[in-house]
Design a protein around this ligand. Sequence first.
Ligand SMILES: Cc1ncc(COP(=O)(O)O)c(CNc2cccc(C(=O)O)c2)c1O
Length: 460
Amino acid sequence: IANLPPTHVLQEKDAAHHLHPFTDTKSLNAKGTRVITRAEGVYLWDSEGHKILDGMAGLWCVNVGYGRTEIIEAVHRQMQQLPYYNTFFQTSHPPAIALAGKIAQLAPDQLDHVFFAGSGSEANDTVVRMVRHYWASEGKPTKKTIISRHNAYHGSTMAGASLGGMSAMHAQGGLPIPDITHINQPYWYGEGGDMDPAEFGLMRARELEAEIDRLGEDNVAAFIGEPIQGAGGVVIPPKTYWPEIQRICRERNILLIADEVICGFGRTGNWFGSQTFNFKPDLMPIAKGLSSGYLPIGAVVVSEKVAKGFIEHGGEFYHGFTYSAHPAACAAALANLEIIENERLPERVANDTGLYLAEKWKMLGEHPLVGEARICGLVGALELSPDKAHRASFEAERGTVGTICRDHCFESGLVMRHVGDSMIISPPLVITRSEVDELIEKAHRALDMTAADVTAQGIK
Ligand SMILES: Cc1ncc(COP(=O)(O)O)c(CNc2cccc(C(=O)O)c2)c1O
């Protein structure tokens, strides 16, 4: 960027006025923030000129990669035409109409009505309001409770964070809000012990049945889950899990919600994660890959059954946001979805780059520091362990080794997220085989440097 101030000046200005999300601002300010100035394809550049392979696609969201002029130009045209208008008060606009139709066409066949929001959290707040309004319209107002999972991530608004199962978030906000409960997650590596994964998947799914019995079926509105738990550490459920969850939801008359904010739009090798894990949700919150992060947008896609409950029973649904279906965000999303469709990215993930990455990723599982290398499509995790035969965790505070590895990744010119002592990737879906080779080579180098530090510092 022309006449960008020196990095230390940027860092001082940032520290003076900017409170960062999910950040210990005091320790960040002591270290100084990294300033990302531009990006192209799968690469980022920082203010020091370092070129970094973005193994996280921003925050799991830049599915089509950076610098796509189709999106930039579509937004520019829309901004000139209609930079903002709302969809309240009996009005709509062409990008909202086109995007709602496009999402309905791309979504699994039973999902065909779209409520727009500005983010994934807002989409999940909308889900809570919708399922409670739906059951009230059906004459069952006591069906209000939503069952979720421990260690789930569904956003950072009061309802989003309450649907989430992150206890540290709950502790900071007097959460969860009433009528949201949590059951255990299908996390075999950390909690499956010696059980066969398929058996473990059924056991964890059946916790839903027990929770419904505990609450009383007439009090339960819905179950929500991410096909793969993303921010919880890429928890890929055994294949037996989701069909069993679906059976229980159908038998016990509760709505099934698939949170596709991360898994949607090709991430798992299908358009949506529910297709990869063989279940059919009644509601589907989406965001991230909907626009590849170029502009903020979220939505809830609902089934005919849920939409009918709204439309036929009539009456106003007292909910919505200023930026619901923002015209420029809709234009970005439409251009983005066109790229995903034209470049057949879900198929490419399933049949080409996802297979190629999986093979290399599993080889990283041979590294002495890696307890498990798991991957689905283009989202994966490496569980770091001091004793892989026993899937042991480190005695050091959770996240110590993950942070060391994350820093070595950056030094090696690669972004990997750490969740505790697991290393996560979720690269842009446009990544090529040679860029996969570069990602793997840099990850391997970071693992070697981490192993050397673990030994040198006597971390057990
Ligand atoms: C499954 C899921 N649902 C909802 C949200 C909330 O979306 P918004 O952030 O747009 O309100 C998310 C977001 N996921 C998310 C957001 C920020 C950071 C990280 C991380 O893993 O570090 C993950 C998510 O992963």
